[in-house]
Design a protein. Structure first.
Length: 499
């Protein structure tokens, strides 16, 4: 058996956790929307064509926002294609994913869907192949009360009240060679700065997000971010970065340790922001918008270009397994651990593509194991992040010489509960965990949720949807003010302590 210790103190606070880190991402990619969120004619579809079986599972997450419409999709998108009468909307060649976009679900439909889902929208404007004016028009359509061309169009299209969207991404992954309209940092930042300035002249209450590095693996990280921020710092409010982790070597111990790269990436990005703030001697605050992250296994290029010009093909539908739940869990703990600098976080994506929520066209809807880790994070991650000191036995693997078996993060809830999220990364050993909780009195274990499987590759299917599900029979106990638990090998744990 391996051993680990957690030490915390009620007064050692990292930060309040922003509500916006409980967000996701919706892109008209593959079957995320068509056959996912939207399928007129499906037995559960409502009058708007929204699948109620999907809505039931997305509502259960209590998401704050969904980023829309992308993603690479945004780079050749005309937002006007997704408003007004559906019969008049153009079918377009969508080049990022080599599909036909029928534009039957656009800005108007996403506004309605989000209302039904109870979540807000973070918009992305296209600065890759369009300009400042189109971005301003979009803000005008969404946020002005009426009396102008675009705001009156919105009213004509059935939205009397402004949509009031506050968060706006200034394009997406503009550093990437795969991006139509890729730009060097300077060229992009000059455009983004002016777009942000103009968009804020339309609506002074919006916050804008500068596109930074699309991965820590980009050779231009952090130079791109430094240069772009240096130019646009005072006009923008967030810096967007993305991270996907995979297991192409089929080496699970390495895969489970990859969230360590996320930790470093977020810390390096925060250092970039601090450096530019210091250089400018600025009082302006810029935070990280970690608006795409997940595990991702499908070879994107292969899937993207296999067969062109279909509508809503099954692209990037990874079969996520129990080990993905732990790897994603590690990324989620990284977000909480960096609550002082990460103020927006959107897991990729909400349905079917790179997603833990899966549907069959005309058929069922089921969830894959990582859905549960994300749901626990959304259910119990709200509140204040505490510094969580971990002393743990370790293992070594191909990519990392020393990996702590335990990954842990503690959150104090607004209801005075204390939640310890704990991952036992060891594939072979149980982990004996002892936690010392300074400054807390009279806590008892309310529940200890465990998500694990005998086989790291175990998953759920439409016809066996409960193969990997969490159970509430973990063995955590409080004894003499100390917490003790034996964490099963390869397990995700949520230990809830209450008075
Ligand atoms: O989520 C899929 C794609 O991954 C997004 O469109 C893009 O931003 C990223 O490369």
């Amino acid at each position: 058996m391996k051993k680990a210790k957690v030490i915390l103190d009620r007064d050692f606070v990292i930060s309040e956790i922003s509500e916006n880190v409980f967000s996701s991402f919706v892109e008209p990619l593959g079957r995320c929307i068509y056959g996912g969120l939207y399928e007129p004619g499906h037995p559960t579809a409502d009058e708007d064509g929204f699948r109620q079986d999907v809505l039931e599972k997305t509502r259960a997450l209590h998401l704050t926002m969904n980023r829309f419409p992308g993603g690479n999709f945004t780079s050749t998108y005309r937002w006007e294609d997704g408003i007004g009468p559906k019969a008049l909307r153009p079918r377009r060649a969508e080049v990022a994913w080599q599909c036909i976009e029928p534009n039957q679900f656009g800005l108007d439909e996403f506004a309605k869907w989000s209302k039904k889902n109870g979540s807000d929208v973070m918009m992305t404007v296209n600065l890759a192949t369009r300009g400042v004016l189109e971005a301003m028009d979009c803000v005008e359509y969404c946020n002005l009360p009426g009396g102008t061309y675009w705001s009156d169009k919105r009213i004509e299209n059935g939205f009397r009240e402004p949509l009031g969207y506050k968060y706006w991404c200034l394009s997406n992954e503009i550093d990437g060679v795969w991006q139509v309209g890729q730009k060097p940092a300077r060229e992009y930042a000059l455009l983004a700065r002016e777009a942000s300035k103009a968009m804020k002249l339309i609506d002074a209450d919006i916050k804008t997000v500068l596109a930074g590095s699309s991965s820590p693996g980009q050779s231009t990280f952090p130079a791109f971010d430094l240069e772009a921020l240096d130019i646009a710092f005072e006009q923008i409010d967030y810096l967007s970065v993305h991270h996907y982790i995979g297991n192409s070597e089929n080496d699970s111990p390495t895969f489970l340790a990859r969230p360590l790269i996320t930790d470093k990436f977020l810390e390096d990005t925060a250092a970039v922001i601090r450096a530019i703030r210091a250089k400018h001697r600025s009082a302006h605050e810029v935070y990280i918008s970690f608006d795409e992250f997940n595990t991702w296994h499908s070879v994107a290029e292969e899937a993207r270009f296999r067969e062109k010009w279909r509508t809503a093909p099954a692209l990037l539908e990874d079969v996520y397994t129990a080990e993905d739940a732990l790897a994603l869990g590690g990324m989620l703990l990284s977000v909480l651990r960096h609550a002082d600098v990460v103020k927006i976080a959107c897991v990729s994506e909400l349905c079917n593509c790179i997603s833990h929520l899966r549907t069959r066209d005309g058929g069922g809807c089921w969830v894959l194991p990582p859905y549960y880790a994300f749901k626990h994070y959304c259910d119990y991650g709200r509140g204040t992040a505490l510094q969580t000191k971990v002393i743990s036995d370790s293992y070594s693997c191909a990519r990392f010489p020393e990996v702590a078996c335990l990954d842990a993060q503690v959150v104090c809830g607004r209801d005075a509960s204390v939640t310890l999220f704990a991952i036992n990364r060891s594939l072979d050993d149980t982990l004996a965990l002892d936690a010392v909780l300074h400054g807390f009195a009279d806590l008892r274990v309310e529940k200890h949720i465990v998500l694990t499987a005998d086989d790291p590759k175990a998953t759920n299917t439409e016809f066996d949807p409960d193969h990997v599900v969490p159970r509430e029979n973990g063995n955590a106990v409080m004894e003499d003010g100390k917490l003790h638990a034996e964490l099963e090998k390869m397990s995700w744990n949520v230990i809830r302590l209450v008075k």
